[in-house]
Design a protein around this ligand. Structure first.
Ligand code: DQA
Length: 146
């Protein structure tokens, strides 16, 4: 069974209570449940994680080299700042999908630049939890072609 890593960055642990008018009312646990449900339908194994620490995300990406078949990453604020996450992702030889709950292209100017986008096979933004569901579906098409 193909294996996908789903990584979530800082402050996403507070999803549901954090600025719900921007990020929606689903909690991260709701998002995880939707991802598990979607992955089961596509016969994909997922590993869903969150950290507030850049180094954790870098280490998890390094540990995934040669182990996973695809990655979905919402690096949250690190999207706009982290060369370390960019460099780690560059070593992963698998499809990368960048996901954001909000539409980062229509918010503050400091959210316009993403260090992940140049490495991503697809960027999904502004679709809330559904964006994760779509990302799993996209990876499934490549990993489990019927
Ligand atoms: C976010 C957008 C980022 O700009 C922000 O820093 C986040 C969440 C999103 O999912 O919309 O923390 O990645």
């Amino acid at each position: 069974m193909p294996k996908i890593l789903i990584l979530n960055g800082p402050n996403l642990n507070l999803l549901g209570t954090r600025e719900p008018e921007i990020y929606g009312s689903d909690t991260l646990s709701d998002v995880k449940d939707r991802c598990i449900e979607t992955a089961q339908k596509h016969n994909i194994d997922i590993d869903f994680r969150q950290s507030n620490h850049e180094g954790d995300l870098v280490t998890w990406i390094q540990e995934a080299i040669g182990v996973i078949d695809g990655i979905i990453i919402n690096a949250a604020a690190y999207t706009h700042t982290s060369i370390a996450i960019h460099d780690a992702l560059k070593m992963l030889n698998c499809p990368i999908i960048e996901v954001h709950f909000s539409d980062i292209s229509s918010r503050e100017s400091f959210r316009l630049h993403s260090y992940i986008e140049p490495l991503a096979t697809k960027v999904i933004k502004g679709k809330g939890t559904q964006g994760y569901v779509e990302a799993i579906g996209t990876l499934a098409e490549t990993l489990n072609p019927s």
